[in-house]
Design a binder for this molecule. Sequence first.
Ligand SMILES: [Zn+2]
Ligand SMILES: [Zn+2]
Length: 254
Amino acid sequence: MPKLEISKIHDAYKEGGECPLCSLLDAVERIYLHSFQHSRVMEPNVRVQTNAKGFCPDHWNKLYQQENRLGTALMAHTHLVESRPRIVSRLESLRAEAHKARGGRMRSRLPLSAKDGDVMDCAVRDLADSVDRCFLCDLLAMDRARYCFTVVYLWKKDPEFLPVYRSSRGFCVSHFLDVFAQARKALNREDLALWLDETVPLMTASLERLEGEVEGFGKVHRYESTEPVGETVRTALVRTLQKMAGRMFRPEGK
Ligand SMILES: [Zn+2]
Ligand SMILES: [Zn+2]
């Protein structure tokens, strides 16, 4: 059973917003990014993981945007030391396989058959995997699992949580899927139907409201109105993007 994160979930619901999981994961991601630049960069068990997995493109970019480029450079260097032999061997195996398949004069004019491609497909998968693997995404996935577990747990067990849950805006679409997966695992059929009876209306109402709000945002910008813009309209676009994309959006540098 994953660790419960009761106070974190309560705090996130108190804060409000389009999706409590987006807020929690955004906050914890910032903490990780900061710590990779400072204390964590030298911890041996962390280095073992960053050497082996590295980061996905999004997280390399976020690390690069932090102020301490030296920390990022140290991690990039040792990750490259560890991953280069494997990358080079896959590249070489692509080349060797192409030469092997070339065969005689006639055969060399034919495109590769599916069978010829087996070793190549394997090398390609391995190379693609080396780009996608990410120590930070793995850490966030564990946090996400604990948060989803706690939301479903509280919904089922804590009567004080129910009114808070019912007055929330549901989740972004991506985190709805995560919580739904957890609800499907943890709840019996009757409770799953009840959970959906409560949650689907939160989601549909929130999507409908955002549609109107982001339209309002568009109008204000289209007509370059000089009227003062309220908080709801001002934040409508970032909240709509969050609902659809499952992450917090903020202006550059914030
Ligand atoms: Zn979310
Ligand atoms: Zn990542």
